[in-house]
Design a protein around this ligand. Structure first.
Ligand SMILES: Nc1nc2c(c(=O)[nH]1)N[C@H]1C(S)=C(S)[C@@H](COP(=O)(O)OP(=O)(O)OC[C@H]3O[C@@H](n4cnc5c(=O)[nH]c(N)nc54)[C@H](O)[C@@H]3O)O[C@H]1N2
Ligand SMILES: Nc1nc2c(c(=O)[nH]1)N[C@H]1C(S)=C(S)[C@@H](COP(=O)(O)OP(=O)(O)OC[C@H]3O[C@@H](n4cnc5c(=O)[nH]c(N)nc54)[C@H](O)[C@@H]3O)O[C@H]1N2
Ligand code: SF4
Ligand SMILES: [Mo]
Length: 724
């Protein structure tokens, strides 16, 4: 039997970007394991991807192009079956790729003739983070077409803007350095659920005596095993960080030498944080002033101390400013020069792939600046945009009918009979229920890609393990074919994947030096080339870890300053923030939709529409072997709030606000505090009443970066006895 082991990389929107080994026997994948040679993967995969063979070979895969016959939407009685309706001849008609491409090209031409090219909107996000299938031929296609451009800010842009306003770039403490940390703060960071490969380093650090502190309004599995768990009220992290700085500076615990050499605006910061004593922060955060003092003192004095802040902190009104304030902490205590110090939000700023070569923005019609449409406000865009209105939506790598806020408005837009919607997908998702045409997409087993990461510094090639199933096509191949149908004859629409990978690797950045496709192919994964960085820091590192001298040198990009801000310093005062009309230092305003905000009177409970530990946003809920690991459709509520509403554990409850209502099962289990309720993201059509948590979330944008504010939501809850 021909047996082969193929090296791939998990393409999901996860910081860990695991190295994966796929066993292939006679053309069929028979086994998937974590690559033992990938330093962070270390031979294990998360529970969901360990079950990936079930996904690839699922009987529910979309395997050929289909045209809709039935009206858009899905009949309520078919909800559960909707996910498996590929065979349902009353809804879908199987068509050939030629027919599908002809129909799309024809509709696009007509729309362009009648309304202009900006009536077409691409919609994609994190289905694959592969550099090629995540953003290359697709971007070329829509640029050349002159379509409206999607502002892809649903996830992380507030936090990015926040940390970049201080550091100028997104770089984070390398995971293996966590073993040297003595004090680890997991700040809005559900490590067990979303970043599981960091955990072994934390286990080792704790074995060596480190303390783990978790700051999260929800008692996650990570919080449950912390040394100190600080339940914080949602959206109040900014005031906590400012109060910590009040204590650190007030008690002289800052690193005066580092501050004077490498930061800008310390005097302004001192002035600012005087207005944020711990007593003030206690009122908003729900954390006592005494605990805030203790946290600040321990963080500044138990060294090295590190902050693993994650994106949960920035999915709120003031999320950009909060991330900015948190990012100042390692600057003032000088922990950026210590192995096992600093802060980790993301490492993605180090992967300086040549995006222009991949995406070719120059293909846009001459002189044309496209209209920008926010993906966070898809509902608004579909229903309200004019001049021109949106007439076509092309969805790939995403499931907007499940993941976008204000779900009811999104669905209202998707139901428009005059909207032509194409969805390129692996499964019949919530979004395909509104598609005119569905196209079959490959999984990462079935195509090749280049994989960067946002939780470590290893670059990988993901090789193709098996032939595409049925008539599935990779994003790249699908957009190539569509470009040909549209008559785009530029050479760049015929470029091979290998050539695009070479183009992406052709970067001027010294950290990319010596990393070629051939080398990646040979070695599986290659750490970015940091050899030229921070000599002083490297010397210090050698002192502290002489027993591990065969390890790569620790990466300490800010040990000697070298921030990528306009001033070259860590900007505690920022002219750029001022130019945006924001406080140039930092400030705290409670989210308007919160118990402390302007809209507090309408609905009393803060609602966390969280991610499921065993899904990947809306990916996996339809896969039975994964679904059985996750208890879905719960409303977790504190006993005091439940009692006041005569809700008992297990009751069906109606959760509602002005945007809509959903029905969930109450669970009184002590994971949230009074005033906070929580539930998780699931497919709408697999949820009670065919609606998911995003019925309740809003399209409001964050203070910085136009991010979504999934965690600034107010609701009310009532008990009912049967689902309507
Ligand atoms: N298993 C699993 N892994 C995933 C994903 C998934 O859906 N499932 N999604 C992937 C994606 S797209 C991303 S962006 C990353 C994101 O991963 P994270 O950045 O970790 O994002 P979240 O899970 O949104 O939030 C993390 C934690 O923040 C908490 N939180 C919510 N509001 C606040 C707040 O105001 N303050 C504080 N301190 N904490 C708060 C939440 O309860 C949650 O436990 O994870 C990726 N990995
Ligand atoms: N309530 C609430 N809503 C949220 C969040 C939350 O925490 N709470 N998180 C938000 C965040 S952080 C994010 S990043 C977004 C994520 O939103 P999305 O990026 O839409 O992510 P997924 O839900 O994983 O959906 C990805 C889809 O792409 C498909 N896909 C996978 N690979 C390919 C491929 O190669 N080609 C094609 N054509 N399709 C492919 C998958 O089958 C899947 O249906 O959700 C956001 N929505
Ligand atoms: S989802 Fe994350 S943890 Fe799971 S295999 Fe992929 S990269 Fe690794
Ligand atoms: Mo995300």
């Amino acid at each position: 039997m021909a047996k082969q082991i193929v090296h791939a990389a998990c393409p999901h929107d996860c910081p860990d970007a695991c190295g994966v080994l796929i066993t292939v026997e006679d053309g069929r994948a028979t086994k998937i394991v974590g690559d033992p040679n990938h330093p962070m993967t270390n031979g294990f995969l998360c529970a969901k991807v360990a079950k990936y063979l079930d996904r690839v070979y699922s009987p529910d895969r979309v395997l050929y192009p289909m045209r809709r016959l039935a009206p858009k939407g899905i009949a309520r009685e078919n909800a559960g079956e909707g996910a498996r309706a590929t065979q349902d001849a009353s809804i879908w008609q199987r068509i050939s790729w030629d027919e599908a491409l002809d129909e799309i090209a024809e509709r696009f031409r007509k729309i362009i003739a009648e309304c202009g090219c900006e009536a077409i909107l691409p919609f994609s996000y994190g289905g694959t983070l592969g550099a090629v299938n995540g953003g290359s031929m697709d971007r070329r296609f829509f640029s050349r077409l002159g379509a409206s451009e999607l502002e892809r800010t649903i996830c992380s842009s507030a936090g990015e803007a926040g940390i970049e306003s201080v550091f100028g770039v997104k770089l984070g403490t390398e995971p293996d350095q966590f073993v040297h940390s003595r004090y680890i703060i997991a700040w809005a960071s559900n490590i067990h659920g979303n970043n599981v490969h960091l955990w072994p380093y934390i286990v080792e650090a704790r074995r060596r005596g480190a303390k783990l502190v978790v700051i999260d309004p929800y008692r996650t599995r990570t919080a449950a095993c912390a040394d100190w768990y600080l339940p914080i009220n949602p959206g109040t992290d900014g005031v906590l960080a400012l109060a910590m700085m009040n204590v650190i500076i007030g008690e002289g615990l800052h690193d005066a030498d580092y501050v004077s050499k490498h930061t800008l605006g310390f005097d302004e910061l001192c002035e600012k944080v005087r207005g944020y004593p711990p007593e003030h922060a206690a009122r908003y955060t729900g954390i006592s002033a005494e605990d805030i003092r203790k946290l600040a003192r321990e963080y500044a004095t138990v060294r090295p101390s590190v902050i693993r802040v994650n994106y949960g902190v920035q999915r709120s009104d003031g999320g950009g400013m909060a991330t900015r304030a948190i990012s100042m902490l390692p600057c003032i205590i000088g922990s950026l020069k210590e192995v096992g110090g600093g802060i980790h939000l993301s490492t993605s700023g180090a992967f300086d792939l040549n995006k222009a070569a991949l995406r070719r923005p120059d293909l846009a019609p001459f002189g044309k600046v496209p209209r920008i449409v926010s993906m966070v406000q898809l509902g608004k865009a579909l229903n309200n945009l004019s001049d021109p209105p949106l007439k076509a939506l092309f969805v790939y790598n995403s499931n907007p009918a499940a993941v976008c806020p204000n779900h009811n408005e999104v669905v209202r837009g998707l139901k428009r009979p005059d909207l032509f919607t194409v969805v390129h997908e692996q499964f019949l998702t919530d979004t395909t229920d509104y598609a005119d045409i569905v196209l079959p997409a490959t999984t990462f087993f079935e195509h090749k890609d280049l994989q960067a990461a946002y939780g470590h510094y290893y670059l990988q090639i993901s090789d193709q393990a098996i032939e595409p199933l049925g008539e599935c096509r990779a994003n790249v191949d699908m957009f190539k074919a569509l470009a040909a149908r549209m008559g785009f004859d530029e050479e760049s629409f015929r470029e091979s994947v290998d050539s695009m990978i070479d183009g992406a690797l052709a970067s001027e950045n010294p950290w990319m030096k010596g990393i070629t496709r051939e080398r990646l192919q040979r070695e599986g994964q290659v750490r970015l080339n940091f050899s030229g960085d921070s000599p002083a820091a490297t010397a210090q590192a050698h002192d502290s870890k002489n027993s591990e001298s065969s390890q790569p040198q620790p990466f300490l990009p800010f040990a000697n300053g070298n921030f990528r801000t306009p001033s070259g310093k860590a900007e505690l005062y920022s002219e750029a923030m001022k130019a945006l009309g924001l406080d140039p230092v930092a400030e705290f305003t409670p989210p308007s939709e919160s118990r402390h905000g302007l809209e507090k009177k309408k609905f009393p409970l803060e609602f966390l529409a969280r991610k499921a530990d065993n899904f990947m946003n809306s990916t996996f809920p339809n896969q039975p072997s994964v679904r059985q690991m996750e208890e879905v459709d719960l409303l977790q509520i504190h006993s005091a709030d439940a009692k006041r509403r005569a809700i008992a554990d297990g009751d069906t409850v109606r959760v509602y606000n002005d945007r809509g209502e959903i029905f969930l099962k109450a669970r009184v289990d002590g994971v949230v505090r009074p005033g906070v309720v929580s539930s998780t993201l699931n497919w709408a059509k697999l949820s009670p009443g065919m609606r998911n948590v995003n019925v309740l979330t809003s399209e409001k944008l964050s203070d910085l970066g136009n991010s979504a504010t999934f965690y600034s939501v107010l609701v009310e809850v009532e008990s009912i006895h049967s689902i309507r």
